[in-house]
Design a protein around this ligand. Sequence first.
Ligand code: FMN
Length: 393
Amino acid sequence: MSTLFTPFKIGPLLLKNRSIRAAAFEGMCAGHQLSNELLDYHLSVARGGVAMTTIAYAAVEKSGLSFPHQLLINDSLKPSLKLFADKIHQEDTALSIQIGHCGNMSKYSLIGRRPWSATSHINLYAPCFAKAMTQKDMRQISLSFAKATQIAIDCGLDAIEIHAGHGYLISQFLSPYINTRRDEFGGSIENRMKFMTMVMEEVLGVAKDKIAVIVKMNMDDGFKEGMHKEEALIVAKKLETIGVHALVLSGGYVSKAPMYVMRGDMPLKTLASKMDNKMMGIFTRVFGNKLIPSLDFKENYFLDDATYFRKNVSLPLIYVGGILSKKNIDEALDAGMDFVAIARALISNPSFINDIKSDETKQAICDTCNHCIAVMYNGPFECNKHQLIHHES
Ligand SMILES: Cc1cc2nc3c(=O)[nH]c(=O)nc-3n(C[C@H](O)[C@H](O)[C@H](O)COP(=O)(O)O)c2cc1C
């Protein structure tokens, strides 16, 4: 019997079923504000049957922004975020928000200074010359994560998802590739996860049992010099020990192994056409295959790694990666995952969950062409195969 449509808890939060809309950058927050377009999309997902939807990729402070159409959390957001949560709750759906800091992926033109990271280095992918953070900087960022958590609580959100994967700031500290610090924050994995622990202790101190706290982390960075699953398991165990309520198990590193996150090909022509900087567009067309190499897509591509984590930790686990059918969902739940998070299948069809509820043989519309990723660089995501279904908000 499938457990998909049975309720289950993440910390203090009871969800009506096991499906969550994964954090996937919508590109709908011009001026760093919430928009009706974003609300309409998430309402359509909520009406489509998921237990919880997630607003993606919100920066905890200005220094962590990488896009002009990315959400920035601060006090002025409170009225609109509260309204957003109320509207989603009216659809009997919970609301989560993913919060993060882009570190060396932050954009100089938006933040007005050198991006911060674990060490000073050149990041060709952004491109920028990142500055190594001091302990004072780390403390400041930790407090910004805590403040964002408080704002989410004040606005009635049900969960907060800390982005600790994909090569953004926390992941830059965790990964031996970037983190070559010689102080107590570098070296062993125990040292490299100290910044993450600092952030999480601040977040958990504010969250208590008022909001579910989820961490999205890498099981593997996806390239040789990165963090691999043995070290990632130490990270997962630490997060479990300090009281995090659930983990989203992902992988990949935007500046080194971008397709490890999603698999398949990046549509380079589309991506190049979306770049504001003409030179970057030409560079992407010419060298794109080297910078963003394709990686074969397979359904449930992270399930083997996630199963290894399942055997070694006992907190709730959220599986993400390559779900295109009810069969894929059942396989993940049968392997011991407590929830599934879904991105592309819900971008192409917000009603995917209701559709498979009425016909369990139904396949997702998504063909993993990754057009949705390429276009979000300077505008809202859209699906190549299927226009977003907009509903009245
Ligand atoms: C358009 C798009 C934007 C994404 N943006 C984010 C993001 O902001 N934060 C994040 O953690 N993952 C992001 N992802 C990755 C997804 O959350 C998910 O981990 C990945 O797509 C695999 O799930 P799927 O096979 O169901 O699409 C994004 C994926 C897509 C397709």
